[in-house]
Ligand binder design. Structure first.
Ligand code: UDP
Length: 498
């Protein structure tokens, strides 16, 4: 089991800080990790990103294109390729691609990741010059804490989530808020949020890895966060300062907010290479958008994991059609649908030709959101998507499916006031479902219209979203908090020459 690493950019010469990022290879974790590595490189640090062979190809392409923007003096970003021992944990070799992990074998995948600790440590001891100065481990990979301890370097936790979400989750856990609450659907008030009154149910915020049989893993995750030397988050303080401060105080550790990391990419070529190869040609997509009025197009996507239920596809499609607004709808794994749904989509496409664009597969999301024609985002509230909407100054229709997405929805609707909810109040995937939930076409139409048809509330939401976008841009410029945090992070973990 050998690791290999290639270096891109001007070379590590002179770098005083070397951050080794160990991401979870789910797109919602990997994409912001790579962006964060690029951000640190742009500010003078060397960053390495450790990935398995399947993902190394993708990450290399993104990094190669994105690094053309780095100055000649930048130490650059290294891609460290580390094989995944699938066979050793009873997984087929193809499970290196997370979409191909057989159902019920998720735990084996996490075990295979943990087995990377020793080969990675050997590689970093022998091959990494300069020696790492900080391990940036995804919060889902508790073994990165032991890796750092063994190497004798600090470890910070990487959260591709917002401070509001992790603070709410931490508070309901440390204050035992669900104790004595028999039903998962009964709301409790999140404790210790200062003036803010936020209610959440156990179904919406059960805790990370709160699946039967994962108790030990969940405990290890919690322990490894508690023992870390700090936290790095893809968010920005100007948007949620009290929650950043609250989480830092509750954990007793420093929190570096360095987002929105997607702002590293400002050009079509690197935006198109972000994540994976797109199912639609970027120029074709831009030409389609160029034809539309400013703020007129509704972008609809549920991220990289959700595969929408067939009944829901039909209702969503009909709702978008009857809203009357132009839309781009991203449909993941279209090939898995039966003939009836595929036929429905073909007919819908014909009826809305010129007004509705269906992308079957991966879309250049940030490229679309940042086009002037984009007017709203119907989102599953994955944190990256939410932050990308904020960065683009777009109001959102919120449609959470699982994990932190319910808290992110509360952030958008109740706190930032840029969102309208479709009203889903319990998980649609991963957790045990009590009932089949299908959001009807009329609800979809109403939510889209309430964002797009104008009126005072809609105007307020749009204004708020634009103001947040200005703050998101400013935070990464000199004087902004994310800009200062990037420099402070590098200063905090550079080699001390005595
Ligand atoms: N994404 C994309 N094109 C797609 C689907 C997703 O570029 O067709 C990107 C999106 O911009 C975001 C990430 O994938 O950066 C998805 O992360 P998020 O946290 O929103 O949701 P998840 O996929 O983790 O559910």
């Amino acid at each position: 089991c050998r690791a290999s690493s290639d270096e891109m950019g001007a070379g590590a010469g002179g770098a005083e800080a070397h951050f080794v990022f160990v991401p979870l290879m789910f797109q919602g974790h990997l994409i912001p990790t790579v962006d964060a590595a690029l951000m640190l490189a742009a500010h003078g640090a060397l960053a390495s990103v450790v990935v398995t062979p399947y993902y190394a190809g993708r990450v290399r392409r993104t990094v190669e294109l994105a690094m053309r923007r780095l100055s000649a003096g930048s130490p650059g970003v290294r891609v460290v390729e580390l094989p995944l021992d699938c066979a050793g944990v009873g997984l087929p070799d193809e499970a290196d691609d997370i979409d191909k992990i057989p159902q019920g074998l998720g735990k084996n995948y996490f075990r295979a990741l943990a087995l990377q600790r020793e080969p990675l440590e050997r590689h970093l001891r022998a091959g990494a010059q300069p020696y790492p100065t900080c391990i940036v481990g995804d919060f889902c990979l508790p073994w990165t804490q032991e890796l750092a301890a063994s190497l004798g370097v600090p470890r910070v936790v990487f959260f591709s989530m917002c401070a509001f979400c992790v603070l709410c989750q931490h508070n309901v856990e440390r204050f035992n808020s669900y104790a004595g609450v028999a039903d998962d659907g009964v709301p409790v008030v999140v404790p210790d949020l200062g003036e803010k009154r936020i209610e959440v149910t156990r179904a919406q915020a059960p805790g990370f890895f709160a699946f039967p049989g994962w108790e030990d893993y969940a405990e290890a995750v919690e322990r490894s966060v508690a023992e870390a030397d700090g936290v790095v988050m893809n968010t920005f303080s100007e948007m949620e300062q009290e929650f950043v401060a609250g989480y830092s105080a509750a954990r007793g550790m420093k929190v570096w907010t360095i987002g929105p990391v997607s702002l590293y990419h400002r050009h079509t070529v690197t935006l198109t290479a972000r994540g994976q190869t797109t199912a639609i040609d970027a120029d074709e997509c831009l030409r389609w958008l160029d034809d539309k009025d400013p703020n007129s197009v509704v972008y609809v996507s549920f991220g990289s994991i959700v595969h929408t239920d067939p009944k829901q596809v039909v209702e969503l499609g009909l709702g978008l059609e009857s809203s009357g607004h132009p839309f781009i709808w991203v449909i993941k794994n279209d090939e898995l649908y039966g003939e009836a749904v595929r036929q429905f989509l073909k007919e819908l496409e014909a009826r809305v030709a010129g007004r509705g664009l269906l992308v079957r597969g991966w879309a250049p999301q940030v490229l679309i959101l940042s086009h002037p024609a984009a007017g709203a985002f119907v989102t599953h509230c994955g944190w990256n998507s939410m932050l990308e909407a904020v960065t683009a100054g777009l109001p959102v229709v919120t449609w959470p499916h699982f994990s932190d997405q319910f808290l992110n929805e509360k952030m958008a609707v109740e706190l930032l006031r840029i969102g309208v909810s479709v009203g889903v109040s319990e998980p649609l995937i991963f957790q045990v479902k009590k009932k089949d939930i299908v959001v009807g076409r009329a609800v979809v139409e109403k939510a889209v219209r309430s964002i797009m048809d104008g009126g005072e509330d809609a105007e307020q939401r749009r204004k708020k979203a634009r103001a947040l976008a200005d703050e998101a841009t400013a935070t990464l410029q000199e004087g902004g908090s994310s800009y200062s945090n990037l420099l402070d992070l590098i200063n905090s973990f550079k080699i001390v020459v005595t």
